[in-house]
Design a protein around this ligand. Structure first.
Ligand SMILES: Nc1ncnc2c1ncn2[C@@H]1O[C@H](COP(=O)(O)OP(=O)(O)OP(=O)(O)O)[C@@H](O)[C@H]1O
Ligand SMILES: [Mg+2]
Length: 400
């Protein structure tokens, strides 16, 4: 499943600038362009004292996690992100010591492989947010490891992996998600985001994307990766000013342009993911024909027209949804993607819309309606759809 063997070697070799770049094409990064001045990072001390007190978190020893993941074996790799590789492991649920594979509690261990302050900062932010927040739609952080230069995070294992894999990977394991499951996942992820934005949590997530939505065995969606999370605006301020960090394609245009971060930036990213779910296409996909690299630019003309929305819907869910359902879902995506943040709904409104959508009766007329409208795709590219949907995209900014 995983491809971390090379990355593992890399992690144990001296850092090599530019190495492994194929793996980070759509990972989060500093999105600030030359137009923006990036404030230099503050010097961060690197000790356990930076970690907020949390009764929920366990501090692990490196050797325990090494044994739990069978020495970080390549065939234990669940995936790889910009932070490092994620390994499957087993621990005893009472003692938290390494357990025999297949026994005890299954965990996912994320191992930081990049040197430097940014990696450490994100590792710490993840602990300090996820250690304090608890919600059924947020992934559970079991604990962490800080030992010498080692930085690891230990999560509950999410059996069905990321939404990204289900939407874009082709293998016998990752069957296309049905319309109903897509809507269930959208609702779960929206609830997670609504909780983060609520007065109780008051957090801006800043990294909402399909690879950060993890699915349990029942396809319950949980948000992971809080390395970029920020406290929401305080004292009547409308936004937080930050260095522009995020993932190309998902980050809101006004945030990229100004560095002003609001909860509406997350709503925009939610719209992007909803559109990925409806179309089965990545937001940025350079393997597509010219004019189709950017999903939003490609799909928007069709989303505005009731007659044309079926031209952009994923062919793999054809016949599973009603005209009314498809229209409601695409309309919601369009609202979230409004260029002006004030025209985007808030996440409570998004949750409400998705609950109503689930309640819609999916009658038998739907198949006819869908087939009648599906003569050609938005840009007559039907033959390229299948072949182009495998590769991860190279990023490109949303704004000119
Ligand atoms: N708790 C978990 N349970 C099961 N699989 C997981 C878990 N956490 C991560 N993964 C797998 O590991 C992959 C890599 O995750 P990671 O968060 O490191 O990177 P990413 O989200 O792809 O990119 P980025 O670094 O930009 O967030 C995920 O896409 C998922 O398939
Ligand atoms: Mg992630």
């Amino acid at each position: 499943m995983g491809s971390c063997f090379s990355a593992r070697i890399k992690a144990e070799s001296p850092p090599h600038a530019g190495a492994n770049s194929r793996n980070v094409s759509n990972h989060r990064r500093d999105l600030s362009s030359s137009r923006l001045s990036s404030p230099s990072l503050p010097q961060t001390p690197r000790s356990e004292s930076e970690i907020l007190e949390s009764p929920n978190l366990k501090s692990f020893g490196f050797n325990d996690l090494k044994t739990a993941t069978r020495n970080f074996r390549p065939d234990s790799v669940l995936g790889e992100g910009g932070f490092g590789c994620v390994f499957k492991g087993w621990i005893d649920e009472h003692t938290f010591k390494a357990a025999r594979p297949g026994t005890g509690l299954v965990i996912a261990v994320k191992r930081l492989n990049q040197e430097g302050l940014q990696g450490h900062k994100e590792w710490l932010t993840e602990i300090n947010y996820l250690g304090q927040l608890r919600h059924p739609n947020l992934v559970k952080l079991v604990g962490y490891c800080l030992e010498d230069e080692h930085r690891l995070l230990v999560y509950e294992f999410m059996r069905r992996g990321s939404l990204e894999n289900h939407l874009f990977r082709r293998s016998s394991y990752f069957q296309p998600l049905s319309w109903n499951l897509r809507m269930k996942v959208a609702l779960g992820a929206a609830k997670g985001l609504a909780y983060l934005h609520s007065p109780e949590a008051k957090v801006i997530y800043r990294d909402f994307k399909s690879s950060n939505i993890l699915l349990d065995s029942n396809y319950k969606a949980k948000l992971s990766d809080f390395g970029l999370a920020k406290d929401g605006p305080m004292d009547g301020k409308s936004h937080v000013s930050t260095r522009v960090m995020g993932t190309y394609g998902y980050a809101a245009p006004e945030y990229i342009a100004t560095g002003h971060l609001t909860t509406k930036s997350d709503v925009y990213s939610f719209g992007v993911v909803l559109l990925e779910m409806l179309t089965g296409r990545r937001v940025i996909d350079k393997t597509r024909p010219p004019g189709e690299h950017n999903l939003i630019e490609w799909a928007k003309p069709c989303l505005a027209s009731k007659r044309r929305i079926f031209q952009v819907m994923d062919v793999r869910i054809e016949g599973q949804y009603s005209l009314g359902g498809a229209l409601r879902a695409t309309t919601l995506a369009v609202k979230c993607l409004a260029i002006e943040p004030k025209y985007r709904p808030n996440m409570d409104e998004v949750v409400k819309a998705l609950v109503q959508l689930q309640d819609l009766d999916s009658g038998s007329v739907k198949n006819e309606v869908v087939r009648k409208h599906r003569n050609k795709t938005c840009s007559q590219d039907a033959p390229s759809r299948k072949a182009a949907s495998y590769a991860r995209p190279s990023p490109s900014p949303m704004v000119a």
